[in-house]
Write a protein that binds this ligand. Structure first.
Ligand code: SF4
Length: 728
């Protein structure tokens, strides 16, 4: 894509009104001033997409970070948040030195301590927990690259319990559903082949506001190529503004629409017969199952007219197999989320899009050997059976289950390491549970670059340096083109901050576990790994990213025999695994809860300038989007007596109230719903910009629906009303 095309696309998406700047960094190096300009390769850590970039400095001072043109994650362009990487480095509110909670005459406070004191305290408490309760009683919560070092530390100690909130609060239902159907997941970055799609169906996916870099670029390519876009959303999102069809569905009824679409594809004989007969099993059961779910039935549930349901199903079929029903990413909505994601997976199979151009491509990564080091001992017992035995299909930790099993004197979990995840604003409606867990736990270590609500509960706070000041493991993600990308320090760590690998090694040395960290510097690990694949740290420090050849074709061959990693070796429209554990083997519709009188469905989403709550205090990004607003339909605004610009409080049916939030009256939202951007409403006073601005949606969630298959937290079943702010 050349720069002219790129600007056109940015302008097109920006026309939706909610995107101030889409993809800011450009591939060309910045024009130098009068000083000496130097550059350092990096991998952006402002979100988890991991775009490769280059940090430019002038006379040793940070200037600009831009995308690396060789990188398929970004195609030479960073998004708005990515260009804010320098803001993260310069943020004057950063954590600066290790902190230890102490009690004195004034109550509890944090005292700055040396790294030695912090490590000694942690190692002593870990030893005491191991002696008194067993060495498997610690858990890791992690969302970020450095978490793997603490995982290694805890495993070496004997504790294997861990959770990434990105599973149970985000991608878990999708991973579980696609695993059940195709034997593998969608991956990250997602394997969606949107640049080649002729029809894209977005169900509650806010592409354009949710700025996953290469996804947005391929989505805009599809729009430019004339692809049909169908958006299902109670809100007229930026993506909806680019769509041929906006289906403003009643919240919580997406499954009814998906079943009706299947009904039309099957009954009008529009599905891909050859693909289904060659690769799928359970078609007869599916065809019988969907018979009663015709568009007329779905209309009563969804509010979408039968003619629209039929027309959109025919559009998908006409474009198939280059027809992508997007799997979404944040999929924890109403509690039946694995089943809804299964319905999406099945719909794609009927269209024959999995493994086909314009649908889903095959991913590959570089075969990179691990650095030679002792393997941590195997666990002495199955922690998952203890903590989350009700969810036997889940191969990873379920964060909300780990929290539950950390409360009370008999709890299994006795200590937490929390790496780069602000649990109170991540786990819905769990503030009181986290408080209770913090009171029960015998050790809580929080590692982060910034203070946040979770650091307030810690016994020890360890300040990590930002991604521009450290090495991390090589980026090696499954994707269309296998690549390795290097993140390396452009600056010495500021203040007394340190990288995660250094901290984990330091704690391990005090526990006689140094053998598990046999490197003096993480650069040794990277260089050794790179040498195994014909490169070196020296080369990567020059180029930043290296592409490798694929070993397999990105799409299925015409007559390729494929064995899928499911029990039957087929794409399972009827899930034999779900049947075996007593769950519905075919997706079933459950009508959603409806709001009490005077309340509205609480919908939430993303701002293109922020990543959750992690970037609100970033001075560059705060300047772009300093607060969230609550979208309200004019009819609701009239009955509530509020207007655009008013400040209100949001209140849930349990009487819990938010911070003040500004009203935006707009017809772009259904009358029964409100919408707000997630991540605002910080209360930690050490975030001087973010504190007290906007409202926190997670704290208002009172009706969290647990998915019976993935154990994840359905977060879109809560309701709020607006309370006028009293002027005192
Ligand atoms: Fe950084 Fe944006 Fe890429 Fe995320 S999508 S890694 S924030 S440039």
């Amino acid at each position: 894509m050349n720069r002219r095309e790129f600007l056109k696309i940015s302008a097109a998406l920006g026309a939706g009104g909610a995107v101030p700047t889409l993809l800011g960094g450009c591939a060309a190096p910045p024009l130098p001033g009068s000083g000496e300009v130097t550059s350092t390769p990096t991998v952006c850590n402002m979100c988890f997409w991991q775009c490769a970039g280059t940090l430019y400095q002038e006379d040793g001072k940070p200037w600009k970070v831009v995308g690396n043109p060789a990188d398929p994650h970004c195609d030479g362009r960073l998004c708005t948040r990515g260009t804010g990487g320098i803001g993260a480095y310069l943020d004057s509110d950063r954590l600066r030195q290790p902190l230890l909670r102490v009690s004195d005459g004034d109550g509890q406070r944090f005292k700055p301590v040396s790294w030695d004191e912090a490590f000694d305290f942690i190692a002593r408490r870990m030893g005491e927990i191991g002696e008194e309760h067993g060495r498997d009683r610690l858990a890791l919560f992690s969302h970020g690259d450095g978490g793997k070092h603490f995982r290694r530390l805890l495993q070496a100690f004997g504790s294997h319990a861990y959770a990434h909130p990105s599973f149970a609060q985000c991608r878990g239902p999708r991973a579980t559903a696609f695993g059940l159907t195709y034997g593998e997941g969608v991956g990250s970055p997602d394997r969606t082949d949107m640049a080649n799609s002729r029809c894209i169906v977005l169900i509650g996916s806010h592409l354009g506001e949710n700025l996953h870099n290469s996804q947005v670029q391929t989505f805009t390519q599809a729009i430019d190529n004339g692809a049909t876009v169908i958006t299902v959303d109670p809100r007229f999102s930026v993506a909806a503004s680019k769509s041929q069809h906006w289906l403003p569905i009643k919240p919580g009824t997406d499954m009814a629409l998906l079943l009706a679409w299947m009904n039309v594809l099957i009954n009008e004989d529009l599905y891909d017969h050859h693909y289904v007969s060659r690769y799928c099993s359970g078609f007869e059961q599916l065809a019988e199952h969907v018979q009663s779910f015709n568009p007329e039935w779905a209309y009563l549930e969804t509010g979408i007219k039968p003619a629209t349901i039929r027309e959109t199903a025919r559009m998908m079929a006409k474009a198939a197999p280059a027809s992508l029903v997007h799997p979404g990413r944040h999929t924890t909505w109403y509690g039946d989320d694995t089943q809804r994601c299964r319905a999406i997976a099945i719909l794609n199979a009927l269209l024959g899009s999995w493994g086909r151009p314009g649908g889903f491509y095959r991913q590959e990564k570089v075969k990179l050997p691990p650095y030679p080091a002792p393997k941590p001992p195997k666990p002495t017992r199955d922690w998952k059976a203890v903590v989350q035995g009700d969810y036997p299909l889940v191969a990873t930790g379920i964060s909300n289950q780990l929290v539950e099993h950390s409360i009370g004197p008999d709890a299994f979990i006795k200590g937490w390491f929390v790496y780069a995840t602000n649990l109170p604003m991540t786990l819905p409606g769990a503030t009181e549970q986290i408080k209770a867990a913090a009171e029960s736990l015998e050790l809580m270590v929080v590692v982060d670059t910034m203070p946040a609500e979770i650091t307030g509960y810690a016994d020890v706070v360890l300040p990590e340096c930002t991604y521009l000041e450290r090495y991390d493991e090589l980026r090696n993600k499954p994707e269309r083109i296998p690549t390795l990308a290097l993140r390396m320090p452009a600056f010495e760590p500021a203040h007394q901050t340190k990288p995660a690998w250094w901290m984990a090694k330091g704690i391990a040395e005090r526990l006689d576990l140094a053998a598990y960290f046999p490197w003096q510097d993480y650069a040794e690990v990277l260089d050794w790994q790179l040498q195994q694949v014909g490169s070196s740290l020296d080369e990567m420090q020059r180029v930043g990213i290296k592409r490798f050849d694929r070993k397999t074709a990105p799409y299925f061959g015409d007559n390729e025999a494929i064995r899928f990693a499911t029990p039957t070796g087929t794409i399972e429209l009827y899930s034999t695994v779900l049947a075996d554990i007593g769950q519905d083997p075919l997706p079933r519709y459950t009508p959603p809860d409806r709001p009490p009188a005077g309340f509205y469905h609480l919908n939430y989403g993303r701002s293109p300038a922020h990543t959750f709550g992690r970037t609100i205090n970033n001075p560059q990004l705060f300047e772009l989007v300093p607060e969230n607003t609550v979208w309200v339909h004019p009819s609701a605004a009239a009955s509530l007596g509020v207007a655009t610009g008013d400040y209100v409080l949001l209140e849930n049916p349990d009487g819990r109230r938010s911070n003040r939030i500004r009203v935006r009256v707009t017809e772009r939202i259904r009358p029964d719903s409100v919408f707000m951007v997630h991540g605002f409403g910080h209360s930690d006073k050490r975030q001087r910009l973010a504190r007290g601005v906007g409202a926190d949606d997670a704290a208002l969630m009172h009706n969290v629906k647990i998915d019976p298959i993935a154990g994840s937290t359905g977060m879109r079943a809560s309701f709020v009303t607006l309370v006028r702010e009293e002027v005192s």
